[in-house]
Design a protein around this ligand. Structure first.
Ligand SMILES: Cc1cc2nc3c(=O)[nH]c(=O)nc-3n(C[C@H](O)[C@H](O)[C@H](O)COP(=O)(O)OP(=O)(O)OC[C@H]3O[C@@H](n4cnc5c(N)ncnc54)[C@H](O)[C@@H]3O)c2cc1C
Length: 388
């Protein structure tokens, strides 16, 4: 009898990004009914590509979607670091956490990933509403009664807020003291043709900026450039081609080739790097925040979405334990807070290392890279090797 009282039967997920769709998939696989509301009128993720490091692949495997991601992505095992002119400094061979046969990184186009996650959630029976958000909710001793912006009403065991970095639920629950903080730098991304011998992820450490290439398929890759942008300027799309070319001037090697082959009509995505550090706990009553809504960070370790996917896996493991909602959320925080905070701190440190515009500091940094032992995993991977 006590077990039935704590059985989770129906959950509302707010936000149909990577974290929300993965949460829906995880809960549906445990037999929980899931309604999902996504404020956008359709499934149209912005952005270029996304790297799925080994811990993300392991979590996607738990959700039953890793193979679909691998089938449409490009896999590599290494980050290789270079001077801005293309001189090789160091190679890290990353850890294969998803199994000995699965390379350490998969990279996929964001729209392709979104389609895989949506198709999977729909095949499992998610009840999804596009162009809809939560209007209001009231907690009772039986659950949480929600009114949606389309007038629909429903009762749920709990709500998962996966609305991303500007989450209205976060504001409603915790006030406006946790808005995204701009970290002073931004990322430029553009698709390009992949040279056949680019079978790793290269990163070029420049002065004041760093540039990398991420293979996405046999024929495509994307370029990323991280630059200091004081004051968080907004650049019209029409200006980005000239601005990006100018900012890539110091780079040689593959990066220089991409720069020289860019065309004015290329779709250049420009994203300011922002962070959200919500203190523990990330829940109030029957509403739990996950993903960027609770712990957004920079892209320097490719771990933002990975952490959101792990959140989804942990939550779907916990619903099986037949705990009360408060106890379940407490256990969720015990498994998630320190790990996500560690990733945010490490990401910040890596971001800072790439930003210096002092040539001497950059030369010392690059010399340190050169002197590292080749093909040892990156330092944070020891922590990520542990399951969340
Ligand atoms: C430049 C850049 C590069 C990155 N590269 C990587 C990478 O390679 N690997 C990686 O793991 N991570 C990467 N990240 C981080 C990653 O993109 C995020 O961490 C991830 O998308 C977070 O997922 P989410 O579901 O929490 O939020 P989102 O993906 O932002 O999804 C939130 C969803 O909620 C919807 N929404 C918003 N408000 C409401 C509302 N009120 N009601 C209903 N729906 C709402 C939004 O429309 C959106 O669809 C990168 C980030 C940046 C900025």
């Amino acid at each position: 009898m006590a077990q039935d009282m704590t059985r989770i039967t129906k959950v509302l997920v707010a936000g149909g990004g990577i974290g929300g769709l993965c949460t829906a998939i995880g809960l549906l696989r445990k037999g929980v009914a899931v309604d999902l509301v996504e404020i956008k009128p359709q499934n149209t993720p912005l952005g270029v590509g996304i790297i799925q490091p080994a811990n993300a692949l392991r979590a996607l495997d738990d959700l039953g979607v890793m193979d679909k991601c691998l089938a449409v992505g490009f896999q590599v095992d290494e980050w290789r670091y270079f001077e801005a002119d293309g001189t090789h400094l160091h190679t890290f061979k990353s850890m294969r956490l998803a199994g000995p046969e699965i390379p350490a990184y998969n990279a996929v186009a964001r729209p392709v990933l979104a389609a895989i996650l949506l198709d999977t959630a729909q095949a499992l029976g998610v009840n999804i509403r596009f162009g809809v958000q939560i209007d209001d909710f009231v907690e009772t001793d039986k659950g949480i009664d929600v009114t949606l912006s389309n007038g629909e009403q429903g009762r749920y065991d709990f709500i998962v807020g996966s609305e991303g970095i500007r989450s209205p639920l976060r504001r409603r629950l915790f006030g406006d003291g946790y808005e995204p903080e701009y970290l002073g730098h931004s990322v430029w991304r553009v698709n390009a043709q992949r040279p056949p011998d680019l079978t790793y992820q290269p990163m070029f450490w420049g002065v004041g900026s760093k540039a990398g290439l991420i293979p996405l398929s046999d024929s495509t890759m994307y370029l990323l450039l991280v630059t200091d942008e004081p004051g968080n300027p907004f650049y019209e799309e029409s200006l980005r081609y000239d601005l990006l070319k100018e900012r890539l001037q110091q780079f040689g090697g593959y990066i220089g080739e991409v720069r020289d082959n860019m065309r004015p009509d290329d779709n250049i995505v420009y994203t300011p790097v922002e962070e959200v550090r919500l203190p523990s706990p990330w829940f109030k009553g029957r509403v739990l925040l996950i993903g960027d809504a609770a712990h957004a960070g920079g892209p320097h370790l490719s771990q933002g979405a990975a952490m959101a996917i792990e959140d989804a896996v942990v939550l779907s493991e916990l619903v099986e334990k037949r705990l009360s909602v408060p106890d379940m959320f407490v256990q969720f925080m015990e498994r998630r807070f320190e790990r996500c905070r560690f990733i945010q701190d490490t990401t910040r440190a890596v971001g800072e290392a790439g930003r210096s515009s002092d040539p001497e500091v950059c030369a010392t940094r690059n010399a340190n890279f050169k002197n590292m032992q080749h093909n040892v995993p990156r330092p944070h991977e020891g922590v990520l090797a542990q399951r969340p």
